[in-house]
Design a protein around this ligand. Structure first.
Ligand code: SF4
Length: 647
């Protein structure tokens, strides 16, 4: 498929230009966005999936110059539609060797659109550290020698000061990315992170320290009067909805209490799912004791982020955005750490050094369990005390991971590789899928999340499918699954019941992919369903001038899901890789009073592949499915590799 076939029509919603930056020869090209391509892949994650499919040869080493790094936005970015702030970074992940993507909010995504671009594709490797500076039509690479070694916060501040523009939007890596730490993040707006899968290491490998963007153009809207009226109505809906109130009042930390109550709060590297000190760091406590202000991303009527200040104790003086739920569980209960001050400090340190807080917390919890089990000994860890919950060690290990020192150098490779290196049975305690550290839901409690973690194309991922539709959202379930009876719906909502969980995941992964491709935050749609795909497609049509219905929008999302799976298929990923850590498959767990269970994954996988119309034996899309989605060329490619097959 050509990427450059202009049909001559004016673009609305999309900016209409993709930037190609060759870091080796410093050539910068602006290529027009093909409208057919735009409609088919939507934007953001969809654009980068197709661009990666085109540009990445199977078998490419993630650290090869031939692995592109793509920053992309969708048509809603910068449109004033509620929560239209998100951007995507995509590359072949150095952590998982799969299709890699990570998503972040803040203000950088809209700024890229205001500068006139839908995506930046970085190729090659620079000889010296550089940063890309975009000011509308002016795009240039400059030396980042003086920035190399700086933290993300220092880099953002220096760029803004030196370039004389405090409104500049900056995405940057820290020392962790420069040292190719495989769990390193890209940080923007001082504390927002595109972190999962190690995209920071790819920027570090390319010697690309930062991207600094200033845009002053207006977004072209197909039917501005109708679109902005609808956007205002939807903003009001999102702001007023009781389904977003918990986020507004307490942020994502409100999940701590409810998840703890049902045994869905991974604790002690998943030895259990409840933590006695969870109330130290739940939403109401943190809001009352530590929150000093709130922050929101661009055009967000929710503003879920709380800035916290630790006023006393060993971590007094720590001020920063968050920490959010995933970070808090990973660096708190997962490490048996009940000190919220330590979690806040650890979060800030990870952000400044450019580390994925989730993978970092899981890696530290893994090391603490190896210590408990005697697999890591004092001789292995250079004097560290890895006793559960040791706050000094947690902070030290973060610094050691970012600087690849001692045990930190081992954990910097992620838990899968670390376990292979340590040996002695460490593999059992490495909580990952496809090499990516597990997100902080407990699959033995929430069966749909067990399946979602196992099948995520980028590895263990809560945001790939986010099957929260099963958390009692009867209204939405009735609407999207009208064939289910009221008795069926009770089983649908029973989190520990396997029935209908594959159905949930195949639906919610489309809604999540839609959200990531259009540059929307899931808190307005895929998490809360205040805005449904039907609401969003109405806005999409007024914004872009493209008439599309809800089924068409969800089919575009399904196309992207299938395409991502095919990127992995070209590298040999199959059903065998859709699995979970042995602890979740073999070690029964439940809260008191409930029968302990494992995740019985095989039957769930069968049902999931059948619903997708994929090959049940291989877990790969069939030719029939790919052709139905307009991916005939992909079906041909896979057939040549002997991968696509009939069901
Ligand atoms: S809900 Fe939170 S993460 Fe989402 S756009 Fe708003 S402030 Fe950002």
């Amino acid at each position: 498929m050509s990427l450059n076939l202009l049909d001559g029509g004016k673009m609305f919603g999309w900016a209409g230009t993709i930037l190609h930056v060759n870091l080796e020869n410093k050539q910068i090209k602006k290529k027009p966005l093909d409208k057919t391509f735009a409609v088919k892949y939507l934007g953001g994650k969809g654009f980068s999936s197709r661009l990666l499919y085109e540009l990445l040869k199977p078998g490419t080493d993630p650290f090869s110059p031939d692995n592109p790094f793509i920053l992309s936005v969708g048509p809603f970015a910068g449109s004033l539609w509620p929560t239209s702030s998100r951007f995507e970074v995509s590359t072949k992940s150095p952590l998982t060797n799969t299709f890699g993507c990570a998503n972040s909010g803040g203000h950088l995504g809209p700024e890229l659109k205001f500068a006139g671009y839908d995506a930046i594709v970085f190729e090659g490797i620079s000889k010296e550290p550089v940063y890309l500076h975009i000011e509308d039509d002016s795009v240039k690479l400059s030396s980042a020698k003086d920035l190399w070694g700086k933290t993300t916060a220092e880099t953002e501040y220096i760029l803004k000061k030196d370039l004389g523009d405090m409104n500049l939007k900056v995405a940057t890596i820290g020392p962790a990315g420069e040292r190719l730490v495989l769990i390193s993040a890209v940080i923007n707006d001082y504390g927002r992170a595109a972190a999962r899968g190690g995209p920071g290491a790819i920027m570090g490998n390319k010697k690309l320290k930062a991207v600094a963007i200033r845009g002053t153009k207006h977004l072209a809207v197909a039917e501005p009067d109708k679109f902005f009226k609808l956007a205002a109505e939807k903003n009001h809906m999102v702001r007023q909805s009781p389904r977003t109130k918990w986020l507004r009042d307490w942020g994502t930390l409100s999940l701590m209490g409810s998840k703890n109550a049902i045994g869905d709060l991974p604790t002690k590297n998943r030895q259990t799912g409840q933590f006695a000190l969870a109330t130290n760091m739940d939403g109401p406590t943190v809001t009352e004791k530590y929150a000093i202000s709130r922050r929101g991303c661009y055009a967000c009527p929710i503003a879920c982020s709380h800035v916290t200040e630790i006023k006393e104790g060993p971590f007094a003086g720590t001020i920063g955005e968050g920490p959010e739920y995933e970070t808090t569980d990973a660096l708190g209960p997962n490490c048996f750490n009940g000190d919220f001050g330590c979690v806040a400090k650890a979060n800030k340190l990870c952000n400044h050094l450019g580390l994925d807080t989730m993978s970092t917390g899981v890696a530290i919890g893994f090391a603490m369990e190896l210590w408990e089990k005697g697999i890591l000994t004092p001789e292995d860890v250079g004097g560290l005390d890895l006793t559960w919950g040791n706050t000094t060690t947690i902070i030290s290990l973060i610094e050691m991971i970012a600087s690849r020192q001692g045990l930190g150098a081992v954990l910097a490779e992620g838990v899968k590789r670390a376990a292979e290196k340590i040996g002695k049975g460490a593999e059992y305690y490495a909580m990952h899928v496809k090499g990516m550290e597990l997100a902080t839901q407990e699959g033995r409690t929430i069966k749909a999340f067990g399946l979602a973690h196992a099948t995520g194309n980028r590895g263990a991922d809560h945001l790939y499918a986010l099957p929260t539709i099963g958390y009692g959202n009867y209204e939405i379930a009735r609407r999207y699954f009208p064939h289910l009876s009221e008795d069926d719906l009770k089983e649908f909502m029973d989190l520990r019941n396997y029935k209908f969980k594959a159905l949930q995941v195949t639906f919610t992964e489309k809604v999540c992919t839609m959200s990531d491709s259009l540059s929307l935050c899931k808190f307005s749609n895929a998490e809360t369903y205040v805005l449904t795909p039907a609401d969003i497609v109405e806005g999409f049509s007024l914004l872009t001038g493209i008439q599309m219905d809800e089924a068409g929008l969800l089919q575009a999302a399904e196309r992207i899901v299938n395409l991502e799976r095919c990127i992995n298929a070209r590298d040999g990923y199959t059903r065998k890789d859709d699995t979970l850590p042995r602890r979740l498959l073999e070690e029964p767990y439940a809260i008191p009073g409930v029968k302990p269970t494992v995740v019985e994954l095989d039957a769930l996988l069968d049902e999931y592949y059948i619903l997708h119309k994929w090959n049940v034996a291989t877990g790969l899309p069939t030719r029939e499915k790919l052709e139905e989605l307009g991916l005939e060329d992909v079906a041909e490619d896979l057939a040549k590799l002997g991968e696509a097959s009939s069901a």
